[in-house]
Design a protein around this ligand. Structure first.
Ligand code: SF4
Length: 189
């Protein structure tokens, strides 16, 4: 079957991301990470930035945070093939530092916002403060989590990034709560 215009444009964006030099993050990356998943997914997950293993493989959420994502998805009745998964910025920041405003603004205005428009998911899950602040303009994850936020006609859910539990063990329970909410909302889609 011929590819839809939408699928072609998403492929084109992924190809542009792989060779992108629009912000300084291209200098230290190994591979850019455009995102993986179904172009017809009802749920899109957006994290912060690729980590070491993502940078080496070119795929999102394949490192330890990714394994934890698989673990928390287990109870939700969803698996990765039901989702489209990407990050706010597509190239790994040096030593996993937080991406800078210029990097976030450049990457989202060139890629992420168009990916969201094209995929047109029913629910967008924003994991971590970088994604939540940029996409919804919220002050913090803690302020925005725990409920569905309607924004520009779409449902959004904000949660802690699964990696947070590696340095804040106390937040592990909150990550589980966030995915429990995702499970309840996924059933309604
Ligand atoms: S982070 Fe985004 S804008 Fe920056 S070089 Fe990578 S793909 Fe391009």
């Amino acid at each position: 079957m011929a590819k839809s215009k939408k699928a072609k444009r998403l492929d084109e964006l992924a190809a542009q991301i792989r060779v992108c030099t629009l912000c300084p993050l291209h200098e230290s990356r190994t591979l850019a990470v455009p995102g993986d998943g179904k172009y017809t997914a009802k749920i899109m997950i957006i994290g912060e930035a690729p980590g070491k293993e993502e940078d080496e493989t070119g795929h999102p959420f394949v490192g330890s945070a990714g394994r934890y994502l698989d673990h928390v998805l287990e109870g939700t009745g969803l698996d990765r093939s039901d989702l489209f998964i990407t990050n706010t910025v597509k190239c790994r920041p040096p030593k996993n530092r937080t991406p800078k405003r210029l990097e976030v603004d450049t990457c989202t205005s060139n890629y992420l916002f168009e990916q969201i428009e094209l995929l047109n998911p029913k629910l967008v899950v924003l994991l971590g403060s970088v994604a939540a602040k940029k996409v919804l303009g919220v002050k913090s994850v803690n302020e925005a989590r725990g409920h569905i936020i309607m924004h520009e006609g779409r449902k959004f859910l904000v949660g802690y990034h699964p990696a947070v539990r590696f340095y804040r063990e106390d937040l592990g329970a909150k990550v589980k709560e966030d995915f429990a909410l995702l499970k309840r909302e996924a059933k309604k889609l």
